[in-house]
Structure formats: structure tokens, C-alpha cells
Design a binder for this molecule. Sequence first.
Ligand code: R5P
Length: 299
Amino acid sequence: MKIFSGSSNRPLAEKIAEKLNLKVSELEIHVFADGEKRVRVIDRVVDEQCIVVQPTSPPADSNYMELFFIIDALKRSGAKKITAVIPYLGYQRQDHIFRDGEAVSLEVVVETLQSTGVSKIITFDLHSIKIPELFKVQLTHLSALPLFAERIKSFGFRDSDFVLVSPDMGGIRRIKEVSKLKGGMTFAVVNKDRDLATGEVEAVDLEGNVKGKTAIIIDDMISTGKTIAEASKLLIERGAKKVLVFATHPVFSDDASKNLQNSPVEKVIVCDTIDVPTEKKFKKLEIVSVANLIAKNLK
Ligand code: R5P
């Protein structure tokens, strides 16, 4: 087995490799002056089972292209089986038509990915349960929720001291799952409004009681941080003692770090499905690794 890394999350590839007693194999990724990339496999991969780690986080287009080229280069160099570890799948929020005339962007990238000859895909916490249906190749859909349930346990709260919160209606499924893992915790749901044209977010109402409790928001991803900022303000307004956040994917676009650091949230716990560069790290941030879960799946 050989493991390769694209340029989007080398630290995660190295952690996975270490857990598999491997070293990340050599790959040449050259960027031309015009931005085009040229990929070349250096190691011998004939008849090998190859793993490529490459979340398609921002810049999603460039990271997808790089992934396609790496898979193609491995295939042309004789690899027997190619597993793409894409912990964060870019374009996953564009999985259907929201307004007339739109493209289904996720379908386009998934079809292109499958046309490269990839044999298997491993990913984490997809935005909707319908997304796996788009894949014809073998897809392993892992979840960070059990890691979150463990971390919540480590806080040592009494169950009656806290309440799980979904920051929008779409996240109820996740909350129910964590609630089940925690033996039936109570939960509340924020009713969020998003302007589909501008992306602006407003937390309009709350279903459930958070008064005097520690509210634990669970979400699949944080992009601009506005959903979390809005939801946490509402939770404090409605009497929550403090707010903690768990989100699998730290997309952290625009001013996300500032929005989160300046929000009433006490702690933001995310996974390393996406590499968070030093300049985007902030005081309240904690990162837990999914490397072990991925390595176990690859063994
Ligand atoms: C929305 O349905 C998702 O689960 C996230 O809540 C959302 O994508 C986060 O985006 P942002 O951080 O930009 O508000």
C-alpha cells in the first residue's frame, strides 16, 4: 500500500501514514506561471494499492483538478486500486437545484471524479444523506459525531446541565444521532433563515428550552461563521449559560475566525478534515483529528 498527498492537507496525510506505518510517497506537483498544474508520480506504483489524501476545500476548483490529475497519473503508472480520501467534499452544499436555472454542481464534480478511474472514496459527514446516492463507485461515509460524543463526555457535565442544539432545521438528523450516542440527551433547534442570493443568515427563532444550560451546537461545517455567530447570540438571549460548538469541517472562509472569536461561543471544536492555516487559528479553537478513523478504515 502507498499513500500520496495532494497539497490541500499534507499534515493529515502524514498522520494517517504514521498510523499505517507508512511514509507519504513522493509526488511532483508543479504549478506553471499561468496557474496550471502538472502532476508526476515519482515512486513505483505498478500493481500497488494507492491512497490519495486530498480534501477539496477552498480553493475547491484547484484542489479538485489536482486530485483528478493525481488519480490519472497513478492509474497511468500502473496502480492496481486507487482510494481517494476526500475528508471534506467540496461543492457538497450544491447537491440539488434551489432556484430555477441553477447547475447541480456537486453532480458535475462527482461524475468527473468517477471518470478518472478512482476505485473507492472515503469521506466525512456529508451535508445531506442523499449525497451518497450520487456515487457509482464504492463510497465510505465516515462520521466525526462519535468523536464529538466522546469529547462532550470528557467535559464531565451532568446530562441535565446541557442541551444539544442544531443551528438549523437541516441539522436535526445530526443532533438526534449525538443525542442517541449520549443516551437520549435533550435537544433544541434554531430556526435559521438564509437569503439564497446573498448568503446572509438570520437566526429567527428557537424550538426548545436552553435556559440555565450549556448549549452545545453541532454542525457539519463552518464556512463564514455567520450561522454559529447568529445562533449563539440567540441562545444567550434565550438564557443559555454558555455555548460550545462542534463542527466537522473548518472551511473558515472570509472573516470566519473573527466572527467566531467575537461571538458569545466559548469553544469551537472542529476536525482536521481541512487543514487550518496558522493565520486562521484563534484562541477559542480546538482541533481533533480524524486520522485514526481513516487509518482504521484503510487497514
Ligand atoms: C448549512 O446548512 C450548514 O450545515 C452550515 O450551517 C452552514 O453551511 C455554515 O455556513 P456559514 O458558516 O457560512 O454560516
